[in-house]
Design a protein around this ligand. Structure first.
Ligand SMILES: NC(=[NH2+])NCCC[C@H](N)C(=O)O
Ligand SMILES: [Mn+2]
Ligand SMILES: [Mn+2]
Length: 314
């Protein structure tokens, strides 16, 4: 079919690996070191071996915002730092996308998705978002139980906050609830459940993964956000979607998660659509486990990126 795969008629060959060294969206130190570990594990060369022309931007040195000059706004913690870092990530991802490259962002905490998704949508306004996570990260200023902004990026992207925080005015409300789908959820706050219901947002929790199997779930997720398979896809993957036995070194682990294969299957299946426009791997925190568990988490982070960028088993 000529029209079905418009977006892939020119296959992408250039990947821009972008390091989101950032921890301001949550309280546990170390998640800003995640990208250093993935790069040191050889990710760039691994992608080159897959045939990609890889440009590594280096570890981004974000503007410093000292804790003293960043008091909470309402309940939001580190609000200026998170906003400024995400904003510069949006610029970087957007400019790579405009050059026809596939931006791969290595986090860092998941508040960065405010930036990565804003960047993707600035170039592909019709893109859809597939969000792989134990958490929905859709708390609003009104519902957040923690004030940690890594639990909130989706509320800003969808314009759900009733309280205006002018620091976040740059986040344009370009995504619509029908172009978002979740897979892997199992720790969703009460306020978030209400939002998902009221906004009619499609979510496949671990319950649906158990019931239908991951193959059917990915197909149903794509049918929902991408019925004609013509929308560019932004795939954002929080490693805590995986079971803690697979990815132990992360800030908010939740038992009962995706298996190693289920996680990789998602990435492989999205690659097969030919529609992948941007990929994020988030929340690897190398300081929360012993050396062996850290190594396993970093390795799985790298292999998820490889799967999303076309590594196959045969
Ligand atoms: N990106 C993450 N790991 N998010 C965890 C969010 C946890 C909780 N729902 C909160 O709002 O604080
Ligand atoms: Mn997350
Ligand atoms: Mn999570």
């Amino acid at each position: 079919m000529a029209s079905a795969h418009k977006f892939i008629s020119e296959p992408k060959t250039a990947a821009a690996v972008h390091s989101g060294k950032h921890d301001g969206g949550q309280p546990k130190p170390g998640v800003d070191q995640g990208p250093i570990h993935l790069i040191n594990a050889g990710l760039v060369d691994q992608l080159k071996e897959l045939g990609w022309n890889v440009q590594f931007d280096g570890h981004h040195q974000f503007e410093e915002v000292s804790a003293e000059s960043d008091p909470p706004i309402g309940v939001l913690k580190n609000p200026r730092l998170v906003s400024r870092v995400s904003r510069s990530v949006a610029d970087v991802v957007g400019s790579h996308a405009r050059r026809g490259e596939l931006p791969v962002t290595i986090g860092g905490d998941h508040s960065l998705a405010m930036g990565t998704i804003s960047g993707t949508l600035s170039h592909h306004p019709d893109a859809c978002v597939i969000w792989i996570d134990a958490h929905a990260d859709i708390n609003t200023v009104e519902t957040t139980p923690s004030g940690n902004i890594h639990g909130m990026p989706m509320s800003f992207l969808l314009g759900l906050n009733k309280t205006r925080i002018s620091e976040y005015d740059w986040v344009k409300q370009v995504l619509t609830p029908d172009r978002l789908v979740y897979i892997g959820l199992r720790d969703v706050d009460a306020g978030e459940k209400t939002i998902l219901r009221e906004q009619g947002i499609k979510a496949f929790s671990m319950h649906e993964v158990d019931r239908y199997g991951i193959g059917r779930v990915v197909e149903m997720a794509l049918d929902h956000v991408n019925p004609r398979r013509d929308r560019p896809i932004h795939l954002t993957f929080d490693v805590d979607a995986l079971d803690p036995s697979v990815a132990p070194s992360t800030g908010t682990p939740v038992r009962g998660g995706l298996t190693f294969r289920e996680g990789h299957y998602i990435c492989e299946a999205i690659h097969e659509t030919g529609l992948l426009a941007a990929f994020d791997i988030m929340e690897v925190n190398p300081s929360l486990a012993d050396a062996e568990a850290v190594k396993a988490t970093v390795a799985v982070g790298c292999s998820l990126v490889r799967s999303a960028l076309g590594e196959t088993l045969l």
